[in-house]
Design a protein around this ligand. Structure first.
Ligand SMILES: O=C(O)[C@H](O)CO
Length: 372
């Protein structure tokens, strides 16, 4: 008997590896003699690098980089045994690095992301998977490009300052001093959303507010990104409408247009790198989940990705989440059963503090029903 446990993190309470371990502990109380396979999942956002290192092995590298406001921060990225570096841009440009009062996407920059990439290039890395999402920035990846040696120039030939607002003055991009190692490095962006760069569903309009932008700033940032895209489109190709261009404040666009990166859905990359299909083939049951399973799960989040793989192999999938809503939609997708783990009405701090034991207890209950 083989059970695959492939769950995402439970936000603010359990990392994906912790959630997988809690589920196994609960299940093993009823079914100790089963072969359990834990594959922590992620969708390109927080926890992506950890999920990949946990599934594939590898080591962590620490590097000092600039945070969104240019202060020094210690970031880490993983290097898998096959030499691929796995990074999360939030380590250098994440919203969590700023207090609410500091959030200002007119000024914040992805410069530190470029420094992380430069560090990997300096170590001879030839392939980078970059989880993009959860950013405090709206600079289209301009800061990243500057850190990698690209010169972003205004009409007078002066280098632009860092930050999203400055891009409205961009007149030309000079690539002559960009790091030559970029030519030999394949970069794959694991995007957490599919938004385009500009317009009503673009980076500024949809995600600007959470980064501290008011309505006026959102307009200015959208104009600035539009100018960025117009200048780069003079090279012949326009990437502003490519799915994922608007991820991480337009960093997807900068990666695509300047570094030739592929933009892919985060969960697809995680499924591929963890070889989930191989591990699910021959399994009797799959358990997946995340903090909250609801209608949003239908938009390509990790549990849906796991479900799709399991369906190919005819293996039933049980969902286990902190909270569950829109169950009819979840059942319509094909989950065999979906269980919430919160056991009683409680405050959010209480729920978060008890997440591990709630998940373990619920897993034990699922195992007991399964064993009947
Ligand atoms: O960083 C952001 O802007 C959001 O997570 C969408 O990618």
């Amino acid at each position: 008997m083989k059970i695959v446990i492939a769950t995402d993190s439970f936000k603010e309470s359990l990392t994906a590896p912790q959630a997988c371990a809690a589920i196994q502990r609960g299940f093993a109380k009823i079914a100790p003699n089963v072969q359990y396979v834990q594959i922590p999942m992620a969708d390109g956002g927080e926890g992506t690098a950890a999920a990949l290192v946990s599934a594939c092995g590898g080591e962590w590298v620490n590097v000092r980089v600039s945070d969104p406001l240019g202060r020094q921060v210690l970031a880490k990225y993983g290097v898998l045994p096959n030499g691929t570096a796995v990074m999360e841009i939030a380590e250098a440009a994440g919203l969590h690095l700023l207090t609410p009062a500091e959030r200002n996407p007119m000024k914040t920059s992805t410069y530190g992301v470029g420094e992380m990439i430069a560090d990997a290039l300096g170590r001879g890395i030839k392939r980078i998977i970059l989880g993009i999402g959860g950013s405090a920035t709206n600079d289209g990846g301009a800061g990243m490009a500057q850190a990698l040696g690209f010169r972003l120039l205004d009409k007078a030939g002066r280098d632009l300052p860092r930050g999203g607002a400055a891009l409205r003055y961009l007149a030309a991009v000079n690539t002559s001093s960009s790091l030559y190692e970029l030519d030999d490095c394949e970069i794959v962006a694991a995007c957490d959303v599919v938004n385009p760069l500009c317009g009503d569903s673009g980076a500024s309009a949809v995600f600007g507010k959470q980064k501290g932008a008011n309505i006026q700033m959102v307009r200015e940032l959208d104009t600035a990104l539009t100018n960025f895209a117009d200048v780069l489109a003079r090279n012949g190709t326009d990437f502003r409408d490519e799915a994922g261009s608007g991820a991480a404040g337009g960093l997807g666009f900068g990666l695509r247009a300047l570094l030739g990166a592929q933009l892919r859905s985060g969960i697809d990359i995680v499924l591929e790198v963890t070889e989930l299909a191989n591990k699910i083939s021959g399994a009797d049951l799959v358990i997946t989940g995340e903090g909250c399973m609801d209608g949003q799960t239908t938009f390509g989040k990790a549990p849906l990705g796991v479900l799709r793989v399991a369906q190919e192999y005819g293996v039933p999938v049980v969902g286990l989440a902190g909270s569950v809503a829109d169950v009819d939609e979840l059942y319509a997708l094909g989950f065999a059963a979906v269980f919430p783990s919160i056991d009683r009405v409680a405050s959010l701090p209480d729920v978060l503090a008890n997440a591990e034991q709630n998940v373990e207890r619920t897993a034990r209950a699922i195992a007991a029903i399964w064993a009947l």
